[in-house]
Design a protein around this ligand. Structure first.
Ligand SMILES: Nc1ncnc2c1ncn2[C@@H]1O[C@H](COP(=O)(O)OP(=O)(O)OP(=O)(O)O)[C@@H](O)[C@H]1O
Length: 714
């Protein structure tokens, strides 16, 4: 008998298994080679933990990963169903909401596992048949919903013409506003519906000339019980989630996805792993709010509900599969693993989580692990193996951990150490760590380096001049702003300051890959020093904003403050800086910018830089200047508003238009769950505000600005 979950794994919320896809018709196994993937099952099919390894690749080291079980090529969906899914179906009728998630690299067989093919039914079809038969016996009815999450927006796949589905939360209960449910009476009906959905989707895409896009797809099977009043109530539901295929965003896209799109997608995949990890280690805070999908599934992932995570693996070499398995293995480390510790310790080669993270998790867990941080894979990939990498922060599966420290320490020279910048551009993030290490070892990165890299400061981009120690985070930022400078080789007069890390990253990306060596130095040091001075005056003003942070001033006051700052910038910043004329996004594909390009809610200081960025743009007429400044103002207003929602107390929240007692209470509840629940205005939909209402509120807030005098600072 196979892999009955052990006591240890049974206590863990998420069971993590893998499935190695069979070869398809066009693929053939090279019989002379040993298989790419090897699975070590110490107790055969009854193993409670298996070790998966991949055949050595040139330039990389052999890696081993422990997970709960692995289904091999000859083990098909029927077997997975009977061992893994059937026991979960019983729970649905007892009121639980189990979730089955398939994840893996592109083309690893995720859809095949969930949906199956014409010849071989997938897990969803097999489960439907079982659920229907149980429902019939128990006098229950079944309804299904199909949805897709595309770029953080949920769409109803049974009725694609419907507007976006809203995910609302009411006292921990998740509600989907606008998601249809269709009653299913037989498996044939389910099949028909599914096939007609596939066809209609294809034809809609064809008609709209749409390229097929990558999204997460979900099926919810609702088990309903008739109520006395003739209505039905939900007994339990089973979720099937087919995650979009993971693809390292650094590799040049061969499909229709652009970098930003695939970055967003990967982020949402990491969000799932982060949740799984937190659940397995029993963390107090589970980051459901990191992505729409995890937010959507919150009531199915939390509580006593069980989750099955199936990592699908390509049978032949695929770096993304290795990475996916490494994440799966890491998310597998529940505290209950401690009971299996003796075996693990014996096999252990190095700890899963580097020592810097030990304080986060129960200490004993670390002595039991035998897994390898995914980052190491990337070191291998980037020919920088053998260097341990210290993860910081809460999230294991953040881009930061995958892509490492590129943003954590950048050496920026007053004399423009473009040598270093081009290194950043050439190397993947992991290699940047090597660069930093070189620096630690005393190697000079640039002849002109008069800058100290602070890799462990509060702000990842904080750098400072050697001879000048900044006194606050704010000041560090201003200094970066003031001193980051380099020029662009392909256009004349392309000197620019880099207003924020996004821009810096973009420029690095722009000159990344094969173009890196064209990046040359050349900065007008006069400009740099004059900017430094401005930085300090801006800083003083910003600090006053920071001081107010704790007491939650009304938004209008903070906006006035911001407006004054912007005004002072407008009047003092010269308009001679230029950005490259065109940013060719096709270059982006060469360099990892996953972590960098993802839009983030700027802080006040970032808002300043957003505005500052406008200053350096190539403006040709007063009208353009005005409209750019206006949009800068608009951006700042939005960011301030979001910041206000994330920090203000109840009374202040209620001073905002559109926010009454109920919404203010709800906002505070959301903030208890996550420190910064609002990342964009879109998130306001969570508190029941429509896009139109949000727009109206912002208009009113902006109008208020002009009803009050602007205070000038000396
Ligand atoms: N166990 C299997 N046996 C035979 N063929 C399989 C098996 N699993 C998957 N395939 C085939 O491999 C191909 C890729 O599978 P599938 O579409 O399920 O991958 P995917 O991971 O969902 O891909 P994507 O990331 O693009 O969504 C398909 O042609 C599918 O029919």
């Amino acid at each position: 008998m196979a892999s009955t979950p052990s006591k240890a794994t049974a206590c863990r919320k998420v069971r993590v298994v893998a499935k190695i896809r069979d070869f398809t018709g066009s693929e053939t196994e090279n019989s002379t080679d040993s298989p790419w993937i090897s699975v070590n099952k110490p107790s055969g099919e009854a193993s409670n933990s298996v070790t998966i390894s991949f055949r050595d690749q040139p330039g990389s080291r052999k890696e081993y990963y422990d997970i709960d079980y692995c289904y091999e090529q000859n083990e098909d969906n029927d077997l997975i169903f009977s061992r893994e899914i059937k026991p979960l179906i019983l729970r649905v009728f007892e009121g639980c909401n189990p979730t089955i998630i398939t994840c893996g690299a592109k083309g690893s067989g995720k859809t095949y596992v969930i949906q199956g093919s014409d010849e071989k039914p997938g897990l969803a079809t097999l489960a439907m048949a079982e659920i229907l038969s149980m429902a019939e016996k128990n006098g229950k009815s079944i309804a299904i919903s199909f949805y897709e999450v595309y770029q953080e927006h949920v769409h109803d796949l049974l009725d694609p013409k419907q507007p976006e589905v809203l995910v609302l939360e009411d006292k921990g209960k998740i509600q989907y506003k606008g998601l249809s449910q269709v009653t299913i009476k037989s498996i044939t009906e389910f099949h028909k519906l599914y096939l007609s959905w596939c066809d209609s989707r294809k034809s809609v895409q064809k008609m709209a000339n749409e390229l097929p896009h990558k999204s997460h797809k979900g099926l919810i099977v609702h088990v309903l019980s008739p109520s006395e009043n003739g209505d039905t109530h939900l007994v339990g539901k089973m979720n099937f989630v087919d995650l979009a295929g993971y693809k390292d965003a650094r590799r040049k896209s061969v499909d229709s996805l652009n970098l930003v799109e695939s970055t967003k997608l990967n982020k949402s995949i990491y969000a799932v792993y982060n949740v799984v990890y937190s659940l397995n280690v029993n963390e107090n805070h589970v980051p459901y709010r990191e992505s729409k999908l995890t937010r959507m599934l919150k009531d199915s992932l939390s509580g006593m509900n069980r989750i099955l995570m199936i990592t699908c693996l390509n049978p032949s070499f695929c770096q993304d599969s290795v990475y996916m398995l490494s994440l799966a293995s890491r998310s597998c480390q529940g505290i209950n693993r401690v009971t299996d510790s003796t075996k693990k310790v014996k096999n252990s080669t190095r700890p899963l989580v580097p020592s810097s993270q030990k304080s986060r998790l129960p200490g004993s867990v670390f002595t039991t692990m035998k897994k390898h941080p995914a980052s190491q894979l990337h070191f291998s990939e980037n020919k920088a193996s053998g260097m341990a990498f210290t993860m910081k922060g809460r999230k294991l599966f953040d881009e930061a951990s995958h892509q490492t420290k590129s943003e954590k320490g950048k050496s920026i020279s007053n004399n423009t150490n473009v040598t270093m910048l081009s290194e950043v551009a050439t190397f993947s993030c992991a290699d940047v760590v090597v660069t930093l290490k070189q620096q630690e070892e005393g190697k000079s990165i640039s002849n002109h380096t008069n800058v100290m890299v602070l890799s462990e400061v509060e702000n990842p981009l904080a750098v400072t001049l050697k001879d000048k120690e900044p006194t606050s985070i704010m000041e560090k930022n201003i200094l970066i702003h003031s001193h980051e400078a380099f020029s662009f080789p392909n256009s004349s007069a392309m000197e620019t300051t880099i207003p924020n890390k996004d821009v810096l990253a973009s420029e690095i990306a722009l000159h990344g890959g094969k173009h890196h060596d064209q990046v040359t130095s050349g900065v007008n040091s006069t400009n740099v020093s004059s900017f430094t001075g401005e930085g300090h005056s801006i800083n003083k003003e910003n600090q006053s904003i920071m001081v107010n942070k704790g007491v939650s001033p009304p938004i209008s006051a903070r906006l006035r403050e911001l407006s004054n700052n912007l005004k002072s910038l407008c009047s003092s910043t010269p308009l001679h800086k230029k950005l490259p004329e065109a940013i060719d996004v096709s270059f982006y594909g060469q360099v990892s910018t996953d972590n960098i390009l993802e839009p983030k809610t700027p802080t006040t200081e970032q808002s300043m830089r957003v505005y500052d960025r406008l200053e350096v743009a190539n403006v040709s007429s007063p009208w353009e200047t005005l409209s750019m400044r206006s949009s800068g103002m608009k951006n700042s207003l939005v960011q301030e508003y979001i910041k206000f929602l994330n920090t203000a107390n109840k009374e202040d929240l209620k001073r905002l238009k559109g926010i009454g007692e109920k919404r203010a209470t709800y906002i505070l509840q959301l903030r208890e769950e996550s420190p910064e629940p609002f990342k964009s205005l879109d998130d306001l939909k969570e508190v029941g505000l429509s896009a139109k209402q949000i727009k109206g509120i912002m208009k009113k807030e902006a109008a208020e600005l002009f009803n009050e005098p602007i205070y000038h600072k000396c």
